[in-house]
Design a protein around this ligand. Sequence first.
Ligand SMILES: [Zn+2]
Length: 300
Amino acid sequence: MHSSASDGTDPPAEVMRRAALAGLDVVALTDHDTVAGLPEARAAAGPVALLPGMELSCRLEGRSVHMLAYLFDPDQPELAAELARIRDDRVLRARAMVDKLADLGVDISWEQVAAIAGEAVVGRPHIARAMAASGAIASPREAFTRDWIADGGRAYVDRYALDPVRAIGLVRAAGGVAVLAHPRAGRDTWVTDQQITRLAAAGLAGVEVFHPDQSDAERARLLALASDLSLAATGGSDDHGSLTDYRLGSETTPANAYHALIARAASSLCRRTSLVVPLRQELQPGDLFSCRNSGRPRTG
Ligand SMILES: [Zn+2]
């Protein structure tokens, strides 16, 4: 799930409040290329266990690919440096898109977009909101077409993104696990069976099967592939607040997949004793065991 630390519409505390209302036991906050929302989310967690997470922007053979990362140490120097580079480039890219929109007659400024983003990692939804506020489009969602700022659109600008194999390596080196996000949710982020097989060989821990934008047929194909490759088959709502019609809890991760990810991160943790302290701060061991005892952990 996403918060206003990236392109979600709700602050982290509000996201956690909705997670509790949805009856979820475990959630992961996976803002794009930042962990800035985690402290507020942790403080507001209440009865809901919080997995530290992030969604890394990657590119594979010209296509945008999203890599979910869980249970990593965000202060690991190499990972932190890459995150800073990705975020810096997001600003350059957003400015370039605003310039292109101006050429197309859309009257918005970078200052307006920056004001909407506030402290958040700037992204296309912030530009979309500025476009709607200017009257150029009726709602932010209309910005995501080829006419405007969808991938390949008239005002779209590419940005720096990680090779997914490198992303997997960075996350693992920081003690975490990497899960391929929504590989069949749309043409622009499509990942083939062969590509997933190569990522599995590079240390991928799981693949997101249960996602609102993935068809039953693709879920079945991904489940079979995950089983063949020994990947955890995860699920999540990919909630972005009002941008995605408040769907937190609409998809969940099966208990076996959740435990497989925890076990994989824990074995990495054992090899990296320096991570004991930061991980304990994020996720209390009792959270895990209480989930195991209650039988059916569900993550949003
Ligand atoms: Zn994504």
